[in-house]
Write a new protein. Structure first.
Ligand SMILES: NC(=O)c1ccc[n+]([C@@H]2O[C@H](COP(=O)([O-])OP(=O)(O)OC[C@H]3O[C@@H](n4cnc5c(N)ncnc54)[C@H](O)[C@@H]3O)[C@@H](O)[C@H]2O)c1
Length: 351
């Protein structure tokens, strides 16, 4: 039985704890949090799991294999580093870390220690995102022109990171995953209304080769709760609305056709309105799929879908976007670099 511990059981970590506690393929051995009241609450729901405020209890337990880090972002680097140094496989919530060199350091450490490093890029495990990826790869949507994501609500306002770093990792990771290519440059505009120096709303644009574009709107200061991805292709268009219950994906057979025989401009370009389909998808809980993936990676020594390199790419885009924010939206070039497949394999083999 794979032995797991979780650090940080706040708003999100308690969902991870619930998943690991009920997963028959692992033992949730410890829950660690600095807040004793939270531990008392978890203890009543998860008998048999040890509660501790000491992270060192996890590090010192030689039988413990995996540590799940779901604390607030500024603590990710230090906890992740200590866990890897102790020879543990690590899952860390998004944003991976807040600095490119920290991400590179952790990837190198995981490689040296042959440990698994997985980042909580939840949308990469979402059945709808995976259906969209299939549709893009099979060219069902045609050439992809542009994508736009909205992730807005009136919600948890953070004091240690802005809306870009808090929300956009999901959007950046899913866009890079869907398109399978890296942006050439990014530009971002945003504004701080509630706290000095912390943007509440950010509009981020990613430019790709072949005139492809992606746009991300994130905010925790908005009247709507929207979690949406819209993809516009030359053949069809698709909308993933995560706010919907079962009908999360709609495919619009809509497009514009250039005709060869024409007498007027109106005949040259015709707009096509076809059917709207709602594919039936068996939607498992994405978080459950993600947690199971971490366990499978530990057991089979496989490289996670969202590994450290995936995390680094997202942090590089966030870092470029942050620099653009500070220079009023000036485009900032991005170079994500290759992940080096040999390095990825070596990272976890021979445990
Ligand atoms: N994947 C998702 O959809 C998703 C959603 C929400 C949050 N998150 C991420 O999860 C992480 C946690 O977010 P949250 O909303 O639960 O935050 P939170 O502030 O509600 O909870 C953080 C918890 O970590 C504990 N903590 C902080 N430092 C610690 C340390 N050094 N040792 C032990 N415990 C420590 C705090 O006491 C608190 O209980 C963040 O990285 C956030 O971005 C992911």
């Amino acid at each position: 039985m794979i032995q797991i511990a979780i650090v940080g059981v706040g708003g999100w970590g308690k969902n991870l704890a619930r998943n690991y506690f009920h997963n028959p393929n692992c033992l949730l051995k410890y829950i660690c949090d600095l807040d004793e009241a939270k531990l008392r609450k978890m203890q009543s729901q998860m008998p048999g799991t040890a509660m501790t405020t000491r992270f060192d209890d996890l590090i010192e337990d030689e039988d413990l294999q995996g540590i799940v880090i779901a604390t607030t972002a500024p603590s990710h680097y230090k906890l992740c580093r200590a866990a890897l140094l102790a020879g543990k496989d690590v899952y860390v919530e998004k944003p991976f870390v807040l600095d490119v060199t920290e991400a590179e350091d952790l990837i190198q450490l995981a490689d040296e220690k042959r440990r698994i490093l997985m980042i909580g890029h939840l949308l990469e495990y979402h059945p709808v995102v995976n259906r969209l990826k299939q549709m893009i790869e099979s060219r069902e949507l045609g050439d992809i022109y542009y994508i736009y994501n909205q992730r807005v609500n009136l919600g948890t306002i953070r004091g240690d990171e802005n809306a870009l770093w808090n929300f956009a990792p999901h959007d950046i990771s899913s866009i890079l995953y869907l398109l399978g290519e890296e942006p050439t440059d990014v530009s971002a505009r945003g504004q701080c209304y509630l706290q000095d120096g912390i943007e509440d709303v950010v509009f981020l644009t990613l430019n790709f080769n072949n005139r492809r574009m992606a746009h991300i709107h994130v905010s925790w200061l908005d009247p709507h709760k929207i979690r949406k991805i819209t993809i516009v292709g030359s053949q069809k268009m698709a909308v993933f609305d995560d706010g919907e219950g079962t009908e999360k994906l709609r495919i619009y057979d809509k497009g514009v056709t250039h005709n060869q025989d024409y007498d007027s401009f109106a005949e040259f370009i015709t707009v096509r309105f076809g059917d709207i389909t709602i594919p039936h998808l068996k939607i498992g809980e994405p978080l459950q799929l993600e947690c199971q993936h971490f366990i499978d990676c530990i057991r089979e020594r496989k490289v996670p879908l969202s590994d450290g390199w995936d995390g680094l790419r997202v942090v590089k885009v966030l870092d470029a976007a942050q620099r653009s924010l500070k220079s009023n939206g000036a485009p900032v070039a991005v170079s994500l670099g290759s992940r080096g497949p040999g390095e990825r394999l070596r990272a976890v083999q021979g445990s």
